[in-house]
Design a protein around this ligand. Structure first.
Ligand SMILES: [Zn+2]
Length: 326
């Protein structure tokens, strides 16, 4: 029986159930937090708040969340372990690196950056770091990563973005662990992902193109779905540059075109994200863990999406993504 690694150990893919494929527990700027923890406040209070919010999410029937918090987003697995022990929910954590332009300074003078100076091909240490997180566990916790994460945004395929994407592909080839990519569909960055990952021999069925729902360009999305990618319709509730209806209608139209089997639904929500000043969350009243179940699914049903298609997006596609070709 194929299994997925979660914070509390391996789970049969058949047991994943309703799965939200892109939810954070926390998004933190780690070195800012280490030095300016005033807003964060009490660790115990933050953990209790997360337990309450995730318990509410489990209460609407969600069995699993996939948390793509990696280097650059403040991943700290011991805190997630503390929370996972107290909620009846599978939490899958990730390895990888989140950048839109350059690699973190840690990597500037390591690996391929040294090729020219040393006159030889130096392997990228990122690959071994990611593989170690997947096979041995993260930072001595014993918690193993269940997916790989990288990013590309409107800046496009910069040298740093490409280096991380190729390192993620290398770790994928070594382990078979699936990949999620933060993309910017408004500038069609999925096509750049397609080029690099095809060059690296990655099967698009093992790749989520995240934030695909940020666009309403269903022709572009159909092209990526037909290429085999899983499209992350995964920012429900972030309605600053778009609307609830625009996001939902895009899913309706993609279902009508027969692409339910290439989409996953999520919110990219978190219990606490330090990227936003206090009060900004008030502008996003629907950006929380239960928005999909409370608002999106009823709207989809009213607009012709069937229960079978909803189960496909919430249960079957996540399961297939983790299982891979069998
Ligand atoms: Zn995210």
């Amino acid at each position: 029986m194929p299994q997925v690694q979660t914070v509390q150990g391996p789970v049969d893919t058949a047991e994943l159930g309703t799965t939200l494929m892109h939810e954070h527990v926390f998004v933190l700027s780690a070195d800012v937090q280490q030095n300016h923890p005033e807003e964060w406040g009490s660790e115990d209070d933050r953990v209790a708040d997360a337990v309450a919010k995730l318990t509410k999410l489990a209460g609407v029937g969600v069995r699993t969340i996939v948390d793509p918090t990696v280097i650059g987003l403040g991943r700290y697995v011991p805190r997630i372990q503390r929370i996972a022990e107290q909620v009846d929910l599978n939490i899958v954590v990730a390895t990888g690196c989140y950048t839109y332009d350059d690699v973190p300074f840690f990597f500037h003078h390591r690996g391929p950056a040294l090729n020219e100076a040393l006159g030889t091909e130096v392997p990228d240490p990122m690959v071994d770091m990611f593989v170690g997180d997947i096979t041995d566990g993260i930072a001595g916790t014993g918690v193993r990563a269940g997916l790989l994460k990288c990013a590309i945004d409107r800046q496009g395929l910069t040298a740093g973005v490409e280096r991380v994407m190729r390192a993620v592909a290398g770790a994928h080839r070594a382990t078979g662990t699936p990949i999620t990519v933060h993309t910017h569909p408004g500038t069609r960055q999925g096509l750049a992902v397609q080029q690099v990952l095809a060059d690296e021999g990655v099967d698009p069925r093992r790749v989520v193109l995240g934030h695909s729902g940020d666009t309403t360009d269903v022709d572009h999305l159909s092209e990526l779905a037909e290429a085999g990618f899983v499209l992350g319709m995964d920012r429900f509730g972030i309605n600053l540059e778009t609307t609830f209806e625009a996001r939902a209608d895009t899913v309706v139209e993609m279902c009508r075109r027969g692409h339910a089997g290439q989409m996953v639904l999520s919110q990219d929500a978190s219990c606490y994200i330090d990227w936003l000043a206090p009060g900004v969350m008030d502008l996003l009243p629907q950006w929380h863990y239960t928005h999909i179940h409370e608002d999106v699914l009823p709207y989809l049903r009213e607009h012709g999406v069937t229960d079978e298609q909803i189960t496909t997006m919430l249960v079957d596609v996540p399961r297939r993504y983790f299982e891979g070709a069998r």
